[in-house]
Design a protein around this ligand. Structure first.
Ligand code: SAH
Ligand code: SF4
Length: 349
């Protein structure tokens, strides 16, 4: 018999399930807490349930846990883990430790592959796409949190939705996963420590605001005008820069999230002072920090990373014009764990 993952069910649905087994309603809350608060993935460990109920649950449901298929550690301590899902899809999670700052960040995947095909991104080259369920996202958090405790003696301090996939094109499950991670009745983690990175899905950004989801937001900007941006990010054809900026402003007015612009610097493409001037104009609508990031090499891509000199001049120019800007070095490059490199090698075998 094909069993369903018990984590598909809401608390209300669990109440109906336990009732159908002739058990009192409050048992559902206990099951919910075992799953989402304590992170248990096995009915036998749910020790406050009767043996009979545990057996009934076991017969009808299961936990389709992530199967670890590989794990690599970079010289800088970054750890990339590949997981096989129930349907044999592979996703990756990355743990980025910065012990000196007491920072242990998880970079979590939200989809298998990505349909948006940004020119510079390995994930975008993968054809296969499906949305991850909320529990497939939550379990990456749970498992990497354990890993961080085991290896670095510290739990995760930050979660970034910057792995494979576009989180706002998997809106419902991503929001559910955030709820499971942050709800006091579930894991109870702080939303202030979660950052969602998006290529700029206008509707999704507005929806986050309307739904009162108080995460921080990173916009993958990468070019400060529509013509250039459309050349490297096809999503810009339908989600124009100004509309994205307005959506972010809308979100800022509602929930005051921390907003960041990610800006990969490409040689002779977006690394001039004229580009910096255009970028500065986009920083006037809400407080925003610009992260200049290094392009990580992806096979078959016709773009090159900007020189250090250009990067430093660009960053200094921004700072001199009152923009908060930092240059971020990649982590885990030697194991292809850096931003935009995920799942490249796996797909190509
Ligand atoms: N789809 C979302 C989140 C996942 S991508 C988004 O695009 O924001 C996470 C980050 O990696 C994004 O900022 C993306 O632009 C960046 N990225 C993709 N390919 C990259 C590459 N080759 N080098 C550096 N950063 C890259
Ligand atoms: Fe998708 Fe983000 Fe990669 Fe673009 S950068 S293809 S949106 S994962």
């Amino acid at each position: 018999m094909n069993k369903t993952d018990i984590r598909n069910y809401s608390l209300e649905q669990l109440e109906n399930i336990v009732k159908s087994f002739g058990e009192p309603k409050f048992k559902a809350k206990q099951i919910y807490q075992w799953i989402w608060q304590k992170g248990v993935m096995n009915f036998d460990e749910m020790t406050n349930l009767s043996k009979k109920l545990r057996e009934e649950l076991n017969t009808a449901f299961e936990f389709q846990t992530l199967i670890k298929v590989h794990q690599q550690q970079s010289i800088d301590g970054t750890i990339k883990t590949g997981w096989r899902l129930k349907d044999d899809s592979i996703i990756e999670s990355v743990l980025i430790p910065v012990p000196k700052d007491n920072r242990y960040t998880l970079c979590v995947s939200s989809q298998v592959g990505c349909s948006l095909a940004c020119k510079f991104c390995a994930t975008g080259q993968l054809k296969k796409v499906r949305n991850l369920t909320d529990y497939e996202i939550f379990e990456q958090f749970l498992r990497v949190n354990e890993m961080s405790k085991e290896i670095y003696g510290h739990q995760l301090t930050n979660i970034v939705y910057m792995g494979m996939g576009e989180p706002l094109l998997n809106y419902n499950n991503v929001v559910k996963s955030i709820d499971k991670i942050t709800n006091p009745l579930a894991f109870g983690y702080s939303t202030k420590r979660i950052t969602l990175s998006t290529s700029g899905i206008t509707k999704g950004i507005k929806r986050l605001a309307d739904d009162n989801i108080k995460v921080n937001i990173a916009l993958s900007l990468h070019a400060a005008d529509d013509v250039k941006r459309s050349k490297i990010m096809p999503i810009n054809d339908t989600n124009k820069l100004w509309d994205v900026i307005h959506a972010l402003r809308y979100m800022y007015d509602k929930n005051k999230p921390r907003i960041g612009f990610e800006y990969i610097m490409f040689k002779d493409f977006n690394d001039s002072i004229e580009d910096a001037d255009k970028l500065i104009k986009l920083t006037k609508f809400f407080p925003v920090k610009v992260n200049i990031i290094e392009y990580n090499y992806v096979e078959g891509v016709d773009l090159k990373k900007a020189s250090d000199d250009k990067v430093n001049k660009f960053a200094k120019y921004l700072v001199d014009h009152g923009v908060m800007a930092t240059v971020r070095r990649s982590r885990g490059k030697d194991i292809d764990a850096a931003c935009g490199q995920l799942a490249n090698k796996i797909e190509k075998g």
